[in-house]
Ligand binder design. Structure first.
Ligand code: DAU
Length: 357
């Protein structure tokens, strides 16, 4: 008998990659997504061929609908990706982040708890409500500080990370107060196929190919821990199988890279794979006004995931970036469909005013 997972935000970047990985592992998937600007059914084209996959359009905030789904499909665990994820958008409109990330997550917890209470003891013990958080809840690090551990204090700096931190507190509370078997995962920056081109890596690939400027915030020396999405998905499958209730896990590559290094590497890869008629892609780099409150450095201590889940990174940054560039070069139609009016409006409002001439 296949185990059944309810996957929220399944039509997004990480959600859809996770769906593919979980189907491959033999799970049945009930996919929920409200298909907002970055939810895209084209991300689920392969999954939809699989008879262990069901897609439902809907909102995690609709407790009645979610409860009905959990009951109908006799779900074994919930994996909650659905969220507003883009820091720059949160700076312009924090409210959507409270609604989707805080209220939405709490309503989902309500449905999950109500359903969990109806299960027999063995199913209750095996059930997990897995909440995908972020390393950003821990704030940022100076150059000398040790990487974040699972016990680092919460110090969110952006409206986005504040909303994720608030949601984490509700998850923790549902575990402690009601006994719902929750797990919180703190992943670092993901990249890979199907990432929405508002995020650094796909934005740079797409703009480089279009001949646009490559806007780097501030000095470009901010550091992130970049992890290929397939590594993250493998870690999550291990969480489902091995994590005890009320645990939290940091997931990342353990390798830090500056933004300018990332962009220069992408430019070098593009120079090889799609040479320009004249010059190099790095000539398009432009330093622009910094992101307000821009977190300086994220770094992850992933020892706990290694010890408890047997997790270690499989994809090197160079190989992962090359594969990602290949994916975007090979899927120009996907990008063209994304380049809707709504996307253009965001790019104009974000980069139209940021350039330092
Ligand atoms: O750390 C995990 C987080 O990573 C996730 O929780 C977030 O949902 C995800 O958006 C991401 O947050 P970041 O702010 O780190 O990702 P983003 O791709 O927006 O930016 C990565 C770095 O690149 C950051 O230091 C800002 C910089 N940047 C970004 C953009 C979009 C630029 O210099 N120029 C840009 O145009």
């Amino acid at each position: 008998m296949f185990k059944t997972l309810l996957v929220t935000g399944a039509a997004g970047f990480i959600g859809s990659n996770f769906v593919d990985a979980a189907l491959e592992k033999g799970y049945r998937i009930v996919a929920l997504d409200k298909l907002n600007y970055c939810g895209n059914l084209e991300n689920l084209v392969d999954a939809r061929q699989n008879d262990r996959f069901t897609f439902i359009e809907g909102d995690v905030a609709d407790t009645a609908q979610v409860l009905a789904l959990l009951q109908t499909y006799q779900v074994n665990s919930v994996v909650h990706f659905a969220a507003q994820t883009h820091v720059d958008r949160s700076i312009k409109d924090p409210r959507a982040f409270i609604e989707d990330n805080v209220v939405g997550s709490q309503h989902l917890l309500d449905a999950s708890l109500q359903y969990w209470k109806t299960l027999d003891e063995a199913s209750q013990r095996a059930y997990r409500h897995i909440h995908i958080s972020t390393d950003e809840v821990f704030g940022d690090l100076t150059d000398d500080e040790a990487p974040f551990t699972e016990t680092s204090p919460y110090r969110p700096n952006s409206p986005y990370s504040a909303s994720k931190a608030a949601a984490d507190m509700f998850v923790r509370a549902y575990g402690k107060t009601y006994g719902l078997p929750v797990v919180i995962v703190h992943p670092s920056n993901n990249y890979g196929p199907r990432q929405f081109p508002e995020k650094l890596i796909p934005l740079m690939i797409q703009r480089a190919l279009a001949g646009d400027t490559l806007p780097i915030y501030g000095t470009g020396k901010n550091r992130r821990d970049w992890m290929h999405v397939s590594d993250h998905c493998r870690a999550l499958l291990a969480v489902i199988e091995k994590a005890k209730a009320n645990e939290t896990f940091n997931i990342g590559s353990g390798i830090e890279t500056t933004n300018i290094e990332i962009v220069e590497t992408l430019c070098a890869i593009l120079d090889q794979k799609r040479p320009k008629a004249d010059g190099h892609y790095r000539d398009q780099i432009e330093f622009v006004t910094d992101r307000p409150g821009h977190d300086w450095r994220y770094a992850m201590d992933t020892n706990k995931a290694h010890e408890h889940l047997g997790f270690s990174t499989g994809v090197s940054l160079q190989a992962g970036l090359e594969a990602t560039v290949d994916w975007y070069l090979g899927n120009t139609q996907w990008v063209e469909h994304i380049l809707s009016g709504q996307y253009r409006q965001w790019i104009d409002s974000q980069y139209g005013v940021k350039r330092e001439d």
